[in-house]
Design a protein around this ligand. Sequence first.
Ligand code: NAD
Length: 255
Amino acid sequence: MRLMNKVALVTGASRGIGRSIAERFAAEGSHVAVNYLPQGENEIEARAVANQLKTAGMIVGGDVSLRGDVERMVSEVVQKFGRLDIAVCNAGIEIKKPFLEVTDEEWNSVLSVNLYGSFCVAQAVARQMVRQGGSGKLIFISSVHEDIPFPGYTAYCASKGGVRMLMRNLAMELAPHKINVNNIAPGAIATPINSAVLSDPEAKAGAISEIPWGRFGRPEEVAAVAVFLSSDEAEYVTGSTYYVDGGLTQQVTLY
Ligand code: NAD
């Protein structure tokens, strides 16, 4: 087991990539706080995830774009497990809209979850790690669109590009505290965020035709990299983006 007795917080972990990371971390011996956005069925889903983890987990409700929620989440985790060793800033949203039609509200909602939420969680967790005496792992789930433009998703691309620079700066600022900071940039992964494409055979085939590996990725394939980056083996790894994209970023023409 590579994460024995570590304590991890995974945001947006009631489903999709976050859920897979929570499950994999627990299988590697880590205690996991499963964050969910208190809305709709998320709490029920988060509880189901936490109940079947191989270690004692917990659920923590909270919106990553609200400072008060984030501070409370971190203190709930520390209250239960005594410390925090790993945080995965995974919660994210996207809105598809031509740039000329995007409203302020849409722009702000995407930036506040994907970029401000990542900043806020990373800062609250890093402060806790420093209070503990340093050492820890921060992982952001960015996207291939931290680098590749995607017409119709300008706010999303801007937010993920911001996460790329957030990660690179934190890697430098937090290195003296021995906190490793890295990004995982997924390509097209089969999760609910892609349900519209996945349920439309023509759109799905079109997306697959752009992926050298010839298929969508699986959430577990992202989780495998998160395990490595959270492990002691990644001691000297900081400030990098790890693509999990079946070669998508190497395509000359996209979409
Ligand atoms: P998803 O929609 O299945 O999961 C996103 C999760 O984030 C959900 O559980 C949702 O409730 C949660 N969330 C949304 N807003 C939140 C908030 N304000 N506070 C707390 N939680 C919130 O999508 P996914 O594919 O699992 O995406 C996870 C991450 O991976 C996102 O950051 C996404 O941008 C990124 N990503 C996904 C893909 C892909 O193809 N699936 C590709 C690149 C990047």
